[in-house]
Design a protein around this ligand. Structure first.
Ligand code: NAD
Length: 276
């Protein structure tokens, strides 16, 4: 354990790879890690998204490297790993943030559960679950060789109790929790107790992948589902990307040195509230 409490949450000099970092939530995490002195690698499938986040980090006085890779394509991840090894020679932090839902895998008045196409379900299950497992295989191998590293998976509050409509996404995120526990045990027992694997389960954050469920596209007003969520959130609001930062810093720093295999909800109390 770090002696000085001042260093307890330090990430200075750590090398961090974040998948899906071209997006809203993980992009904000990348910015914060860079601001705190980490070497940040922004991994995304979409070139413009990755470069936009790197530009934002640079504009705020930090630096980061954009690496284009698809979390479902092992060879692109292996290339990304090669890039990280060549540049930094090691890896300390992996955040598995690439994920999301798809309208075609969501029940609605126009789409019953019985008619959801298999390819839509497969897309969502693959992206969220395999898109977390595969980077753990590729980047986790380096951590196993180093005998150190921390992995943070991005689950969702719907992994504890499924939300209506989003059948594949709920199942995939529940599987991420199970995988997080599995990998935590596997890494600690087979490679090193200094490799930790945990997850964050965000509640409702308004971003590109879920806006269609939360707001009317034409008016910007809350949908009835959006209003229902707010009324079921004791803190009375959607989350902001900044709300995830404290938990992230705790999980990737020496502050959580004896913590592995846990899933932390960051949801304004949503999952604690019975509704009455
Ligand atoms: P986002 O859509 O803003 O970001 C997701 C990013 O992942 C995008 O930049 C996208 O290009 C990238 N991506 C998608 N498929 C990829 C692939 N195959 N390979 C590499 N990159 C890929 O979404 P967000 O809301 O910032 O979500 C980030 C994570 O948080 C996701 O795992 C999401 O499921 C989870 N989450 C979000 C919420 C929320 O309310 N927004 C709640 C709980 C969990």
């Amino acid at each position: 354990m770090t002696e000085s409490t001042g260093d307890l949450f330090s990430v200075a000099g750590k090398v961090a790879v974040l998948t899906g970092a071209g997006g809203v939530l993980v992009g904000r995490m990348a910015l914060e890690l860079s601001r705190r002195g980490a070497e940040v690698v922004v991994v995304d499938r979409v070139v413009e998204a990755a470069h936009k986040v790197v530009s934002e980090i640079q504009a705020s006085g930090g630096d980061a490297m954009a690496v284009i890779a698809d979390v479902l394509d092992r060879s692109s991840l292996v290339d990304a790993l090669g890039c990280v090894q060549e540049t930094f020679g090691r890896l300390d932090i992996l955040v598995n943030g690439a994920g999301g839902n798809r309208k075609e895998a969501t029940t609605s008045p126009d789409l019953s559960f019985f008619d959801i196409p298999l390819d839509a379900l497969r897309f969502v299950l693959d992206l969220n679950l395999l898109g977390t497992i595969l980077p753990c295989q590729v980047f986790g191998r380096l951590m196993a060789e180093q005998k150190s590293g921390v992995i943070v998976n991005i689950s969702s509050m719907n992994s504890f109790r499924p939300l209506t409509r989003i059948v594949g996404y709920s199942a995939a995120k529940a599987a991420i929790n199970n995988f997080t526990q599995w990998l935590a045990v596997h890494m600690a027992q087979n490679y090193s107790p200094h490799i930790r694997v945990n997850a964050i389960a965000p509640g409702f954050f308004e971003t590109n992948q879920n806006r269609y469920l939360l707001r009317d596209e034409a008016t910007g007003q809350l949908t009835s589902r959006g209003a229902q969520i707010i009324s079921h959130t004791p803190m009375g609001r959607f989350g902001q990307p900044e709300d995830l930062i404290g938990t992230l810093l705790w999980l990737v720093s020496p502050a959580s040195e004896f913590v592995t295999g846990v899933v932390i909800p960051v949801d304004g109390g949503f999952s604690a509230y019975s509704g009455v």
